[in-house]
Design a binder for this molecule. Structure first.
Ligand code: PSU
Ligand code: MN
Length: 304
């Protein structure tokens, strides 16, 4: 059995059976610049505490799988250059060789399940990239949702991706995609896309019940909750479209591939929007943290 390194507050929450929400670390190391990354991570953690749950930010540090980071660990991770970006394929190798790495959605789900954490809040999941018919670039996050029983709260998939193809793959894999409080799929920086959401739920209690029902039916895999960005922080899709097109073109011209694609695109969109994309990203993560904490509280209320 792998030994997990619990942060003191997570250990305490486990001992008393109170709700815990997992958080990823790739958004800290590869998704946002320093120092906003660390500031945001702290705000996200505090939002979860304010909602009556305990945050557990997941990362591999010097070969140890951490479930919850201390303030110092968070600060160090947020400033360390060249941290590995870990997914299902490489997390075990990183731990085995004493490495340090940040966990993507897929890797965070795996760690959360090992730690008995049922809910996870993030910004956006990885998905099917545009041009995937040639590049085959489909995030391992989608497979993970079909295998690992964690409810993931995100703001939909980013508009840098191919949203219709992402939805198709999720449907093929049998992953429930639940829009929170609306009929259309949210599109990360924008509240709405022109795609109908496969499922809609209007309260955290229903999402928690559906999570339990999947387990009762012996269905593996998690749920994707797509929570629209708050209206005040939204960037209209039409404003972003040319910026995304430019970032995608630059990625193609510079031959960016593999794991570097998503961080490159996010970085360029940050620069091209003069930081507005980051403000939006921060607002939606905080919003997702609130909903995830509410779902975690409901799961605790229902019981195992
Ligand atoms: N969404 C964000 N910021 C991020 C990511 C997603 O707003 O940093 C990260 C997540 O960790 C996600 C990963 O799991 O990007 C997907 O990477 P890829 O497309 O290489 O699978
Ligand atoms: Mn990829």
């Amino acid at each position: 059995m792998i030994s997990l390194r619990y942060a003191p507050e997570v250990e305490a929450a486990r001992a008393e059976g109170s709700p815990v929400v997992a958080l990823e670390s790739t958004i800290i190391t590869h998704g946002m610049p320093y120092p906003q990354n660390v500031e945001t991570a702290r705000k996200v953690e505090q939002t979860i505490r304010d909602q009556g749950a305990t945050p557990a930010t997941i990362a591999v540090i010097a070969g140890q799988l951490h479930i919850g980071l201390t303030s110092d660990e968070l600060d160090t991770l947020g400033q360390t250059k060249d941290v590995a970006k870990l997914s299902r394929a490489d997390m075990a190798a990183c731990i085995a060789t004493g490495g340090t790495g940040a966990t993507t959605v897929a890797a965070t789900m795996i760690a959360a399940r090992l730690a008995g954490i049922e809910v996870f809040a993030t910004g956006g999941i990885g998905g099917v990239h545009r041009g995937a018919e040639d590049s085959f670039d489909i995030s391992a996050d989608l497979q993970e949702l079909s295998q690992t029983a964690v409810t993931v709260v995100a703001a939909g998939a980013k508009a840098i991706l191919d949203l219709p193809k992402t939805l198709e793959v999720l449907e093929t894999l049998g992953v429930p995609v639940i829009a929170y409080g609306q009929d259309t799929l949210p599109a990360f920086w924008s509240r709405e896309s022109d795609l109908a959401a496969p499922l809609r739920m209007d309260d955290a209690a229903s999402i928690a019940k559906a999570h339990r029902m999947r387990a009762a039916m012996g269905l593996p895999g998690g749920q994707l909750v797509a929570n629209p960005i708050p209206a005040f922080a939204e960037i209209p899709a039409a404003t972003l479209a040319p910026i995304i097109a430019q970032a995608l073109q630059e990625a193609a011209e510079q031959g960016i591939d593999g794991k570097s694609v998503t961080p490159f695109l996010l970085g360029r969109i940050f620069e091209l929007t003069n930081g507005a994309s980051l403000e939006a990203n921060i607002a939606l993560v905080l919003n997702n943290a609130r909903l995830a904490a509410e779902i975690a509280r409901n799961l605790t209320q229902i019981g195992a």
